[in-house]
Design a protein around this ligand. Structure first.
Ligand SMILES: Nc1ncnc2c1ncn2[C@@H]1O[C@H](COP(=O)(O)OP(=O)(O)OP(=O)(O)O)[C@@H](O)[C@H]1O
Ligand SMILES: [Mg+2]
Length: 431
């Protein structure tokens, strides 16, 4: 049989080139009707050589080259990048935001999704790692196949193997029936290994074996079962640090992180807090069957500057809490006590622990962004005043996509109807 020839292409190492080599190797395997031992050894050597090449690309190079391999000729604004993803029918699964770091992550996800390469997602708690895993699944060819999620941190060590690989009846006390594991359930689809940093070393060894052979054995059974599951793993731990500490296997890290996506903390995408407040405000109102709450300026100010250690999940929970506890208008007093600033104490003189939760507009880029946000807000308000609150008309005048304009209004918490009241009716129908 004819085997894939690794030397047949140019020697310049590029991400796209490597991906192609890996794909060729996979299809050699996929279409092979029979492989002699010598062929298998040769393919193994080739796959190891490929892995070494991938690992020679630093994390940064892998990331940057994945994001730029189509070499966009012009630099796009975040809005244009999102629109471009939309135009390419990218499935966002409810992920929103125009922060450049988030868009970087989405663009890497877009490129990784159609491949079967393992993806490692990291980021602080509540930054959207699970959501990103669903995005990768939804944009790939396995979208209509199972998506199975496993929380590696929540399974006791002695049950992990059975949970992942299944067991045979009688394999251990309590194994009263044959049972499929998560890997078998994810066959042809995606398995999401959440909190991979919590997996005990014994489980890591077994996982490594599956990654190498694509085969599993149920606990208590000799039968070898082939599984074809795309692996996406996530962690809020620094795996490199765990490797240094000896609690995470380096070889497993490299196998899992062929594509590495890091999600930004909310304090790094502070510009999107207004949009998230508006979005979850509406969502909470709908869920609790009430009118959206208003916020006092000092509460709004607090929420715009709080550091959100629990990221988007914490922001969402806070908004739901406010919607549940407040009457028409929410104030500082509706916040959980542990994060609530003391009444009358200016932010600057807060105790150190609390002050550290607020973000100072420290960098020039933060200051620029704040100024640009302010200009954007003023532009929208002035425009809406001119057109008497008619969003469609404003979109037409500014030559802007109407849904993008709606999103900007939402981001700034601007309601077009507020611009209709003070003006005499001039025939504008609002949007
Ligand atoms: N970019 C985003 N747009 C909209 N919602 C988001 C976004 N990122 C996260 N969320 C929402 O925030 C919440 C937390 O997201 P998710 O569970 O994916 O985080 P996580 O990183 O897996 O957290 P943890 O580390 O605690 O498991 C979910 O409700 C999710 O829908
Ligand atoms: Mg999670």
């Amino acid at each position: 049989m004819k085997l894939y020839n690794p030397g047949g292409r140019g020697s310049v190492m590029s991400y796209a080139g490597l991906l192609e080599k890996i794909e060729i190797l996979s299809s050699t395997l996929r279409w092979a009707s029979r492989l002699e031992r010598a062929d298998i050894e040769k393919l193994l050597r080739q796959s190891h050589a490929l892995r070494d090449e991938v690992m020679q690309l630093s994390h940064k190079e892998r990331f940057v080259q994945a994001a730029t391999s189509d070499a966009e000729p012009v630099e796009q604004t975040p809005g244009e990048r999102r629109q471009a993803l939309l135009a390419r029918s990218f499935v966002f699964e409810g992920t929103f935001g125009d922060n450049p770091k988030l868009l970087d992550a989405l663009e890497v996800a877009e490129k990784a999704a159609p491949t079967d390469l393992p993806v490692l997602i990291d980021g602080e708690s509540g930054t959207g790692k699970e959501l990103m895993a669903k995005v990768i699944h939804a944009n790939g060819s396995r979208a209509d196949k199972p998506y199975i999620s496993v929380n590696c941190g929540a399974i006791p060590d002695n049950l992990l193997e059975s949970e992942l690989f299944g067991h045979k009846k009688g394999a251990f006390t309590g194994a009263s029936n044959d049972r499929k594991g998560k890997f078998e359930s994810a066959h042809k689809g995606t398995i999401f290994l959440d909190e991979i940093g919590e997996m005990p070393l014994t489980g890591q060894v077994k996982l490594l074996r599956v990654l190498q052979s694509h085969e599993i054995q149920r606990v208590g059974s000799d039968e070898i079962i082939h599984v074809d599951a795309r692996i996406v793993a996530a962690t809020n731990k620094n795996l490199r640090k765990l490797i240094e500490e000896g609690t995470f296997r380096e070889d497993l890290f490299y196998r899992l992180s062929v594509i590495h996506v890091t999600l930004p903390a909310l304090r790094e995408r502070k510009d999107e807090i207004p949009l998230l407040l508006a979005y979850y405000g509406d969502e909470a109102a709908e869920a609790l069957k009430r009118r959206p709450i208003k916020m006092t300026p000092r509460l709004r100010d607090f929420l715009l500057n709080y550091a959100y250690p629990g990221n988007i999940r914490e922001l969402r929970n806070l908004v739901y809490r406010l919607a549940c506890l407040a009457g028409e208008t929410a104030d500082i007093g509706h916040l959980p006590e542990d994060i609530r600033p003391k009444a009358g104490v200016p932010q600057a003189s807060l105790p150190e622990t609390m002050a550290s939760q607020a973000i100072a507009p420290s960098s020039l880029s933060d200051a620029k962004r704040a100024a640009s946000d302010e200009a954007e807000r003023a532009f929208l308000e002035r425009g809406l005043t001119e057109v008497g609150g008619t969003v469609a008309e404003l979109a037409r005048r500014c030559d802007m996509n109407r849904s993008h304009l709606q999103m900007l209004l939402k981001k700034h918490g601007i309601h077009s109807k507020d611009f209709r009241k003070p003006r005499p009716p001039q025939g504008g129908a609002g949007a």
